[in-house]
Each structure stands twice: as C-alpha cells, then as structure tokens.
Design a protein around this ligand. Structure first.
Ligand code: GAL
Length: 675
C-alpha cells in the first residue's frame, strides 16, 4: 500500500520546472490546483543539472521545486535523475557510453544511454541516489522513488562482454556446460577459453538488429544477461535509497509489452510496479487492457501505478492523433479498472524546445487553463478527489489466467523457422480478447505463478517449457483445472534445445497428443478446423493459418480435424482428460470466431460468467474490496451503447444516480458503480 499519506488515486505526472522561469512555475502551481493535481514526478532528466561536474552537487533548484510544490498541496514522485548521463561524464569517461548492435561506440547524446556495466555510471548513479535519499529522507512531500526512467536498450561493449562471461560462469560453472547448453558443436563453435565468448551482436551471431541469430543459446543468454544487468543497475540505486528511506516505496517506470526486459524478474524487485501507457489511436482497447493486466501480474495482482500517459497526443508516432474528447478520461479509468491506483501524465507542461515540444501536456503552449485538454484534465482531477479512497488498494479477481513469458517470446522470435509470421503477443492477445469481449477478468501470469486460484489456465504457444513448469501444469489439471495450449508448444527447454522423443515434449502426456510434423505456410493460406460434432458453442467450420501441427491423438479425444491439404482428417482440436481436469490442444492458429466460440465453451463448462452483459465495445470490469465490489463500465464506442445490470440496482459513485436493468451509457463515457 503506497497511499498512506495521500489516500486517493494520485493525479499528476512528469513535471520539468527546471526548463522554466519563476513566473511560469508560479503559474504551474496555480493551475495544478485548478486541475486537482496532487503528485508531480520531478527530477527525471536532471543529472547534468544536479551534478555539473565530477565533484559538485547542487540540489538547490530541487529543494525549491519540492518545497514550492508541497506548499501548494502537491506531493512528489522523486526521480533519481539517472536516465541520461551528463555530457561531461560521457566526455571524460568513455565507458559510460554504449556500444550498439553494429559494434559502434556511441557518442554523447539521446537518453537512457548508459552502459549498465560501466563502472563510472554505476558509481555515480549509486552516489547520486544516496545523496538524494539523504537529502530528502524527511521531506513530507516525497511519496515514492522513481529510479531512472524506462530502462531499456542493450550494450555490446568490452565491459559488457567481460561481465557476460562472469554471468555465464555463475550460471553454468564450466565451459563444458556452456558448450553443451548452446550445442556449440554445431558449426564448430566449441569454446576452450572463456574469453573466446563474445557478445552476439551484428558483428557476431546476430543480424537484422537482433531479429535473427545463428545460435539461440548465446542470444537468449545475452538477452537474459542484459535484462539482468539493467536490473542490477536499478537495484544498486534502489538499495542506496533504501538505506536512508527504508519505508519509502521504490519503483521504475516500465513499458508494458516492451520486448527487451524480462519484466516478471523486474516486478519482484520493485515495491510497486509502474508503467507508461501509450497506445496509438488504432491500438485495440483489449490490447491495452491486456497490457494493464500484464503489469498487474508482475506483482501477482497488486495495484500498480499508471506513471505516464499523454493527456492528448504523442509526438513520436508517425501520426500523432489527438485523444478525442472523453478518451483521456476513458483510458484513465480503464487503467484504474485494471488495477492502477494512480493516473499520471507525461507531461504537466509542454516543453518549449527539443524533441517533445509537440507532445501533449496538461498545460499547453498557450499557457492558460482555457483549453479543451486542461478542462478535461480538471474534470477528471475533480472526480478523483470525489472518489476519495474508495478504489485504492482494491483487487481485480480472476478465475482465468493467461501465461506470458518474455524468455519464451525471445525464443519464438529467434527460433529460425518454421514461420516468420508467428507473433507471440498476437497469439496471446487472441485468447485474451475473447475473454475481454465477455467481460471476464483475466490475470496475466508468469510461468512461476501459483495456479491454485484459477479454473482455466491458457498458455498460447508455450514453445519453451521451463524446468518444473510442466509438472505444475499437470498438478493444476489433475486437480480439476482446465488447461489450454496451442501449436508449437512444448518444443524446447530454456536453452532452446529441443526436447527429444516427440513434440510437445514435456506436455505430451498432459495433452495426450503427439505432433509429428509442423507445416508453415504464408499467412494468406488457410486450412479449416472442422468440428466433428457440436461441442458447447463450437460447431461447423473455422479457419486457421500460420502453423499447422500434424498431430496424432494418443489419449486425447479428437474434437475437430483439418479440412484440407494432405493432412485433411488429422486432428486439429483435441481434449484430454487428465486426472480431474482437461487439457485442450489447438494445433493451428485459429480465426477469432473460433477462439471466441472456444472460450465461450470452456467458460460455460466452468460456469464462469462476465461481470455484466454489455454491447460490444462496452467493457465491464470490477475491482473488489473485502465485501465491496466497484464496477467500471467503459463505453469505447463512438455511439451510446447499453449494458444490463440484471436484477441488481447499481449506484453511480460520482453522481448518485441509480440503474436497474437495461441501461444506456454515452459514447466514450465511464460509469463507476457500486452495488
Ligand atoms: C516516455 C518517457 C517520457 C516521454 C514520453 C513521451 O516513454 O518516459 O520521458 O519521453 O515517453 O511519450
């Protein structure tokens, strides 16, 4: 619980007064009050200002900023300023500069630019974190630490290469073990000395910016290592902060489905997860919902912080559409509905120069409050004040879980065959979307998560099966759970070495099938899923593409077969009774109609129902406190739409209105209801 001192949904965002004069910052606090803003994230990119040279630290501007904010009722999310290193540091200590994928040593520039294994960067990052913690440990404004900013990007420098070898030694012990795990007799890659191992970048095993590799073993390990290296850099600052402020929560802002970091590992090291939500105008709302759920899943369902979103538009997309009237409020509540206990923006005031001057902000370049964006921000701010502490620290309760795994994602992307069109995130989203359409809450879980609270667990394309996972899945099904997996699952271990003896390897007896071959066709080529009989909502024919496992039912019952090609008549959908439960295998990538009918079938079997019935595009999701349930009804449509309360009467928490039965909700509106 991060909310003791400010027990409401925090409202605010990134704020850079260091870019402005006195007069402007005075205006800022006046307008923050009008907008109901009570938290400002400061000091994100101010390392150069805080430490103008090696031995000088100057936090006067920050003292003034924090005091002024606090005197005006605004708390602080205090960043450690290490997200971009100072130019003097880059000049004097080349080790802070990264070497990129092509092997080029970077010059000074950009941000998020430090090598995570640079002794200089680590020394000074830790030092400034400690100084900040010491200085502000008793400041009543500071609510939470924000370490660095959006960690990411890999480095391939000499220091990283050396640290990689140490990381490998710790993981494998001996070179023999490394050689075995990476299957290095292939193409004569056997290593005899540790320093023969180099970073697998574009000068070595990988090409196309790391989309492809000759050796999955080393490439997977390098990703793990870089993710760990950045995490170690985070931990170093975190621990420095904790030494002075053991009770202040520490976070760093994540990026949802960002591919490069294993966020489940990161979640464990943070007191509270926070993330930056930047969908584009055409991102499916269910994709955003899924990403919120994934971020909630990083700490097993604990509420998270929405650290950033734009109040209006981005600047870094090719076309930066404005959020249409109502959409900022709608997407803010979508985040809250999925577990966010803060609504924060990038940024509070639009900057005057450089690359983000056309990025939306609560305060626009015109500088006053008479703008659409400010009015919408202020309305939301007042609502969040009105909601008091009613929502914070409540939980989303789900009986369905979808497994997500970054290492599996890397392995699929790097697999080299059978298809370049296989997209792990898309496959996961297909299943998520089907639950979403029925207002059935889903937890996005890691492969380590305890399964005992779930009735249904779906692991789409579980290509990599990690040690112990198959056993946990078997126990879950044996006790009565429903498990679903798909084509191209159970194929390899954590080093991308194939589990011999027939696909799907360790999952074979659980799903009761053997996949003999895997066909891959260009995605415009479809096969058919032909149901043998009607099963629940499933009947007739559906389409499938991308990959086609040619499977034999061993113990499983065949529910559907392929409709064409030389494997016509072979099973494509099977169900295996395993102990008290069932395990389904879907041998190809089905169309969305199939996925919906399939999900409807298994949820009916388990008697799982959505929160309320609603028109398409009207999302309903609940957050629960001990014996209280708060429902969010979100109309993503451009028109009014309806939902049905059933027999119950719900009260609108903001207006006091009551609703029973068929109820209309305005376009882009959100209703927050309690029973
Ligand atoms: C985020 C970043 C912010 C700002 C924002 C613009 O990724 O953390 O500093 O750049 O994007 O959308």
């Amino acid at each position: 619980m991060i909310h003791e001192r400010l027990p409401k949904i925090w409202y605010g965002g990134d704020y850079n007064p260091e870019q402005w004069d006195e007069e402007t910052v005075a205006e800022d606090v006046r307008m923050f009050k009008l907008a109901g803003i009570d938290v400002a994230t400061v000091n994100v990119f101010s390392w150069a200002l805080n430490q103008p040279d090696e031995n000088t630290y100057d936090f006067d501007w920050l003292d003034e900023t924090i005091d002024r904010l606090y005197q005006n009722g605004v708390y602080v999310c205090l960043a450690t300023s290490t997200a971009a290193h100072p130019a003097w540091m880059a000049k004097r200590y080349p080790d802070v500069r990264r070497v990129d994928f092509e092997g080029r040593k970077r010059q000074f520039g950009g941000r998020h630019n430090s090598c995570p294994n640079s002794p200089t960067y680590l020394k000074y990052a830790e030092r400034i974190a400690a100084k900040l913690a010491e200085r502000y440990k008793n400041h009543p404004a500071v609510l939470v630490w924000h370490v660095s900013n959006e960690y990411g990007g890999y480095c391939y420098c000499e220091n990283c290469q050396k640290a990689f070898r140490v990381w490998l030694k710790e993981k494998y012990g001996t070179l023999e073990e490394v050689n075995k795990s990476w299957n290095t007799r292939f193409w004569g890659h056997t290593f005899y000395e540790w320093d023969e191992i180099v970073a697998p970048n574009g000068l070595s095993e990988e090409w196309q910016g790391g989309q492809n590799t000759n050796f999955q073993g080393i490439s997977l390990d390098y990703r793990r290592f870089q993710s760990d290296s950045l995490l170690e850099a985070f931990k170093l600052e975190r621990d420095a902060l904790k030494e002075h402020t053991p009770n202040l929560p520490v976070t760093t802002n994540l990026m949802g489905l960002y591919p490069e970091l294993d966020y489940f590992k990161w979640g464990k090291e943070m007191d509270v997860v926070s993330w930056d939500n930047y969908p584009s105008i055409d991102t499916p709302v269910s994709m955003t919902a899924m990403t919120h759920d994934l971020m909630r899943g990083l700490r097993s369902g604990q509420p998270f912080m929405l650290m950033e979103q734009t109040p209006s538009q981005q600047n870094w997309q090719p076309y930066n559409a404005l959020k249409r009237p109502g959409v900022m409020r709608l997407w803010s509540y979508q985040a809250v509905a999925h577990g966010a206990d803060t609504v924060m923006f990038f940024q509070l005031r639009r900057s005057r120069g450089a690359t983000e001057k056309y990025h939306g902000a609560v305060i626009e370049h015109v500088g006053h409050e008479h703008t659409r964006v400010f009015r919408e921000s202020a309305t939301l701010g007042q609502e969040l004040i009105q909601l008091e502490d009613k929502i914070i620290d409540s939980r989303v309760k789900a009986r369905v879980a979808i497994v997500f795994d970054w290492e599996n994602r890397w392995a699929i992307q790097l697999s080299s065959g059978p298809s370049i069109s296989l997209d792990y995130v898309k496959e996961v989203h297909k299943y998520y979307d089907a639950f979403y359409q029925r207002n059935i809450p889903v937890d996005m879980i890691s492969v380590e998560e305890d399964l005992s609270d779930y009735d249904i667990v779906i692991a789409p394309v579980l290509y990599m099966v990690k040690e112990g996972h198959a056993d946990r899945l078997k126990q879950f099904v044996a006790k009565g759970g429903t498990f679903v997996t798909t084509f191209f699952s159970g194929i390899v271990n954590e080093n991308d070495l194939v589990t011999l003896g027939g696909y799907p390897g360790e999952l074979r007896d659980l799903v009761g099938i053997w996949a003999e071959e895997i066909d891959a066709l260009e995605p415009s080529n479809y096969n058919e899923i032909v149901m043998k009989d009607k099963v629940g909502s499933l009947s007739g024919e559906y389409k499938c593409n991308i990959l086609f496992d040619l499977i034999h039912a061993e113990d499983a019952e065949v529910l559907a077969t392929y409709g064409s090609d030389f494997y016509k008549g072979m099973p494509v959908l099977t169900k295996n009774q395993y102990g008290e439960g069932q395990a389904y295998y879907i041998a190809s990538s089905p169309d969305q109609v199939f996925v919906q009918d399939f999900v409807d079938t298994i949820t009916t079997e388990k008697d799982i129902k959505g929160e309320l019935d609603s028109a398409r595009g009207v999302e309903v999701i609940a957050r629960n406190k001990a014996d209280e349930k708060i429902l969010f009804v979100l109309n993503h449509n451009n028109e009014p739409a309806s939902f049905h309360t059933g027999e119950e009467t719900y009260t609108n928490l903001l207006t006091g209105e009551e609703y029973t039965g068929e109820t209309e909700i305005k376009a882009k509106d959100t209703l927050i209801l309690s029973l």
